[in-house]
Design a protein around this ligand. Structure first.
Ligand SMILES: C[S@@+](CC[C@H](N)C(=O)[O-])C[C@H]1O[C@@H](n2cnc3c(N)ncnc32)[C@H](O)[C@@H]1O
Length: 351
């Protein structure tokens, strides 16, 4: 993947190719005249890949990394984001579609609930443009293509059912005035780009969410889940789709009828008691990934020293194996959700 200003972007060559066509489109040229040429050019360079459901994804510099998983770009949108959010049952849901990319998640959302309104945030205009040029087998793709056409031609005025913000989500989030029922969090993995997984960004998201709203991410990373808990979310394990670990669901003040599934006992302990649970931080929402990772590394050292001085340090191995004070294990036996368990264990650790 390509880094620009500390943010990870899709493949540089692909973006360069697409940019040439954006310029032609903005000058008024008809998309149908060149979209096949654009697709052919990306395919010829092995930059566009057909996934198992027949929809396309973009490749990165590192051939192992794609924008979507191989099980299918559209399938991912449906199974990892739309179905777990229970969108179908919602009345006029307001969705924040973070890292919209080729708009698969947004199109899938419209397909399952035509009454949803969506704020889309994507920092890379090229991938949004690509969405207009590929085939996505849902009728709602036509609605999205029309929206994107107006966006690229500068014909978007005022608030609409679908709004597109082409910038770093950290900048956009500060300006949004809406409150959301559903957040699709579809950034690249925190190991490669942590900027949208920090406690500080998640706190901002939390502020913009309604009560009983839901945030969904395919990432099950420990520092991310830890940050969700610290930001106030009630976390729940989702199904694993095309991966070993389940997706992560975060609720804001969930209603009593929400079915919450605990994350693994090991993960609860790692989040609460080990330095692996130290979240990524970006207080002013402007650091690069490298700065965030370095700061977290230093914070882990500080935490270890503090716990050692209190006689409460447990190695990651001990935490994983549960070779810790029984008082912590007793908390895990309580009939509480994972966030409540983690907060209680943290309280005990710090007492
Ligand atoms: C995994 S892909 C998302 C795929 C997308 N949801 C779809 O349906 O096609 C991640 C996307 O996040 C975008 N991105 C990365 N960092 C970002 C940031 N800080 N703000 C906004 N978008 C970002 C990338 O350009 C990329 O398109």
């Amino acid at each position: 993947m390509e880094f620009t200003g500390g943010i990870m972007l899709p493949n540089k060559t692909a973006l360069k190719i697409i940019k040439k066509y954006i310029i032609r489109f903005e000058k008024g040229e008809d998309l149908n005249k060149f979209k096949e040429e654009l697709i052919k050019s990306l395919l010829d360079h092995n930059l566009l890949i057909k996934t198992e459901d027949g929809t396309y994804t973009l490749v990165s510099e590192n051939r192992e990394e794609l924008m979507h998983s191989k099980i299918g770009s559209l399938r991912e949108g449906v199974e990892k984001f739309v179905i777990p959010s229970d969108l179908k049952k919602m009345k006029n849901p307001k969705i924040l579609d973070l890292c919209s990319g080729m708009a698969y998640n947004a199109i899938a959302a419209l397909h399952f609930n035509k009454n949803c309104s969506i704020d889309m945030i994507e920092c890379c205009k090229e991938v949004l443009f690509l969405s207009m040029c590929i085939d996505i087998p849902y009728r709602e793709h036509d609605i999205m293509k029309e929206k994107l056409k107006n966006f690229f031609r500068g014909n978007c005025e005022g608030e609409d059912k679908i709004n597109i913000y082409a910038n770093d989500a950290r900048k956009v989030i500060k300006k949004l005035n809406n409150k959301y029922n559903v957040v699709f969090h579809d950034a690249f993995s925190p190991q490669r780009d942590s900027v949208l997984y920090t406690l500080d960004f998640l706190k901002k998201l939390y502020e913009k969410m309604e009560d009983n709203s839901i945030l969904i991410s395919y990432s099950s990373s420990i520092p991310f889940r830890s940050a969700l808990v610290s930001a106030g979310f009630v976390i729940s394990e989702g199904d694993s789709i095309g991966r070993k670990r389940g997706i992560t669901i975060g609720y804001k003040n969930p209603s009593k009828d929400r079915v919450l599934k605990r994350i693994s006992l090991t993960d609860e302990r790692l989040i609460a008691l080990s330095t692996v649970g130290v979240p990524y931080r970006d207080v002013n929402l402007n650091l690069t990934h490298e700065e965030i990772v370095k700061n977290r590394y230093l914070e882990r050292i500080r935490m270890k020293e503090k716990l050692l001085s209190m006689g409460k340090y447990y190695s990651t191995k001990k935490v994983k194996l549960g070779k810790i004070d029984k008082k912590f294990l007793d908390i895990q036996d309580l009939n509480l959700n994972s966030s409540e368990i983690i907060l209680k264990m943290r309280e005990l650790l710090e007492s």
